[in-house]
Write a protein that binds this ligand. Structure first.
Ligand code: ARG
Length: 329
C-alpha cells in the first residue's frame, strides 16, 4: 500500500512538472512564454498600446498577457510595469555600453526644423522645445553629446537615410511612405492635424473647405499636412491646385495673415502656439487625423535604433517624457 502511494505521488509530481513545462499559463508581460519578461517585451507592449501593432483581439491570450495590470486596457502603464519586472531580470539595455555607433564618435547628430513650437523653436539663439529636451535626455542615457542641426523639414528623412544625421526628431509623424526610407523608434507623442483660419472666416470645418472647392490651403512643404491636403478629394484631400506649400510653418502662417491662403493646416500643438502668438486667428477644434510622433533613424543602423528605443522606453516609464510635454502645454 505504501509503495502504491509513493508511486501515485511520483506520478502526480511528474505529471505536474510536465504540465508546468508545457501547459503552464504564461504570466503577465511574458508575451513569448519563455518564462521571462524582457525589455523587448515591454517595448512590444508599448507599441501595442500606441496602436502601432494591430491591437490584439480583446479576448486573445496576447491581450491578456500584455494587459499587465489587468484593467482591460492596454496603456503605456502596462509597458512601464513590464519594464519594471524585466529590469529585475536583465540589466537595463541602455546602461550597458551598447554596441551601437554614430556618425561621429561620441556625438548624436539630430536633424530638426526649429520653427515648430512647442516641439522645436529658437529662443535666445538656442534650439529649445519638447524634442530638444527629450533628445538631450536620450543623448545623456547613451553617453553621447547632442548636436542639433536646424535644416529644412523636407530634407530630414533623406538626410537621415543618407547617413548625414544620426536621427531626425522634428514632431515627425510616422507614415508608411517614410517607413520605406527610414526606421522609426517607438512613439513618444501623439498628434492631430488642426485648421487655422482668420477670425470671421466662412470656414468652420474641413468639410467647408471640401464643399467650397476653391479655398486655398497653406501647408509646410513635405509635411503630413502637405501629403493629406494635396491628395485628390476621393482620397479625402482638397486637390493639388488648392494647396500652397511653404518652406516653414511660419511661412504658411504669414501667407494666411496676408490673405494669400484661406486656411493653414498644421499639427495641433503648433497651431495652438501660432494662434496664441498672432492676433486675429482662430483654431478650428475639429481634429481630422490622428497620428504618432517618433524619431527616425538610419535604417542601416539597427543597433542605434535599439539603443534609442531603450532610452525612450525608460523615459516614458519614469514619466520624464510626459513631464516635458506637460511643461510645454
Ligand atoms: N507632423 C508633421 C509631419 O511629420 C509636421 C512636422 C513638422 N515639423 C517641423 N519641425 N517643422 O509631417
Amino acid at each position: 500500500m505504501k509503495k502504491l502511494i509513493a508511486v501515485a505521488i511520483a506520478v502526480i509530481l511528474t505529471l505536474s512538472a510536465v504540465m508546468c513545462a508545457f501547459g503552464a499559463p504564461a504570466y503577465k508581460g511574458d508575451l513569448d512564454g519563455d518564462g521571462k519578461v524582457l525589455a523587448g517585451e515591454a517595448r512590444r507592449i508599448l507599441r501595442m498600446s500606441a496602436k502601432l501593432d494591430p491591437q490584439p483581439d480583446r479576448d486573445s491570450e496576447a491581450f491578456r498577457l500584455a494587459d499587465v495590470d489587468g484593467d482591460g486596457k492596454l496603456l503605456a502603464k502596462d509597458a512601464r510595469i513590464a519594464l519594471r519586472i524585466s529590469a529585475k531580470l536583465e540589466p537595463m539595455m541602455t546602461n550597458q555600453t551598447a554596441d551601437f555607433s554614430t556618425i561621429t564618435e561620441g556625438k548624436l547628430i539630430m536633424a530638426t526644423n526649429a520653427a515648430f513650437p512647442p516641439y522645436e523653436y529658437i529662443e535666445d539663439n538656442m534650439i529649445v522645445g519638447i524634442d530638444a529636451e527629450i533628445a538631450a535626455l536620450i543623448a545623456e542615457k547613451l553617453g553621447l553629446e547632442l548636436d542639433i542641426q536646424d535644416v529644412d523639414f523636407d530634407s530630414i528623412v533623406a538626410g537621415v537615410a543618407g547617413g548625414k544625421y544620426d536621427m531626425g526628431m522634428a514632431g515627425m509623424t510616422v507614415t508608411e511612405a517614410r517607413k520605406k526610407i527610414v526606421n522609426f523608434t517607438d512613439t513618444y507623442a501623439t498628434n492631430v492635424q488642426a485648421i487655422i483660419v482668420p477670425e470671421g472666416s466662412p470656414i468652420k470645418s474641413a468639410d467647408d473647405i471640401a464643399t467650397d472647392g476653391s479655398m486655398k490651403i497653406g501647408v509646410q512643404l513635405g509635411t503630413i499636412g502637405d501629403f493629406y491636403d494635396s491628395a485628390e478629394p476621393e482620397d479625402w484631400g482638397f486637390g493639388e491646385d488648392n494647396v500652397k506649400r511653404y518652406k516653414t510653418g511660419p511661412g504658411a502662417l504669414q501667407a494666411l495673415i496676408s490673405g494669400k491662403v484661406d486656411a493653414v493646416i498644421i499639427d495641433n500643438e503648433t497651431a495652438k502656439a501660432y494662434v496664441a502668438a498672432n492676433e486675429g486667428l482662430v483654431l478650428l477644434s475639429e481634429p481630422y487625423t490622428e497620428e504618432n510622433y517618433a524619431i527616425c533613424v538610419d535604417p542601416s543602423n539597427a543597433a542605434l535604433l535599439d539603443a534609442v528605443n531603450g532610452a525612450i522606453l525608460e523615459l516614458i516609464s519614469d514619466g520624464s517624457i510626459q513631464a516635458i510635454i506637460d511643461k510645454y502645454s
